[in-house]
Design a protein around this ligand. Sequence first.
Ligand code: SF4
Length: 321
Amino acid sequence: MVPFIYGIAIGNAMALFTLGQMAYYAGWFLKSKVGVRRPLVLTMVVTYHCNLDCEHCLIHDNLENIPEPHSISYEDALDEMRSFYDQGSRILFFEGGEPTIWKDGDKRLSDLIKAGKQMGYYVTGYTTNGTNVIFDDSDVISVSLDGPREIHDKIRAPGVFDDLMKNLEGIEHPNIFANMVVNRTNIDYVEETVGLVANSGKIQGIMLNFLTPPPKEIALSLDEKKKVVELALGLKKKGLPILNTTKALEEMLIEDYETLCPHWMSAFVTPDGTKFYGCPFVGSESCKECGFDAVREYRLITKGSYSAITQMSKRFALSRQ
Ligand code: SF4
């Protein structure tokens, strides 16, 4: 009886907690409509260092031209997280480089995740290549997946695909999704990659993005993008786990997103404390060939799109812990 009552109490507390989060988002949305625009999503680029050197990476070979420090300190990260929380951010992501190799003394990524939760962020997440430790105390885990083994390893390094899959075998987590950046190297493997996710038993869905140049050589032409979007819409209709909303997939064909991008909704902080709104490419030529799905979802959310609001919040905005 006691466990039963305890279960109901926890269930009610969770329902209230979720309602509280939804009420906050509703307030944020309404305020944005009267011009009070605050970044809801904070992405902390905690380190530029990475254990891989991928084909399309702009950072690894360019590290000496990037201002120091190349990793943020624990205290500075907390200051930034607190400051953005006070401004209204409630969704916290960590990126790199490879965020799972970030450390400061005895502090690791899981300490930042824990600190974010204690501060009051509703959802924490991070993007990883999955070859190091996978910290499972985050609400969302995004793993980079560029294709089946041969293609993934061609883009990243030999053995990376197997390392990722082996690491995933060792964890049980309800909200792991794959992030695929479609480019000339993997364009013919989109369907196979989606199928791989569907059968993985570990990854709950896949988000498709196009490579945002530079590098330009492997970025897709608009015609190539059209073929991918058509394919993705078809696969989605068949029930395959593509997480992009239908509307956002269609908007992936609007390449120049500079004036559509709701920059204010998403803040980025780099290791030296520089802030960007939209993404670190803001104001560059990249905006004219923007391939990020997330920014389409953000725009649709700010426009009140029911499908974007419900599908994205279910996965990325409501804490399950
Ligand atoms: S490249 Fe970045 S800043 Fe530019 S439109 Fe895309 S998301 Fe926005």
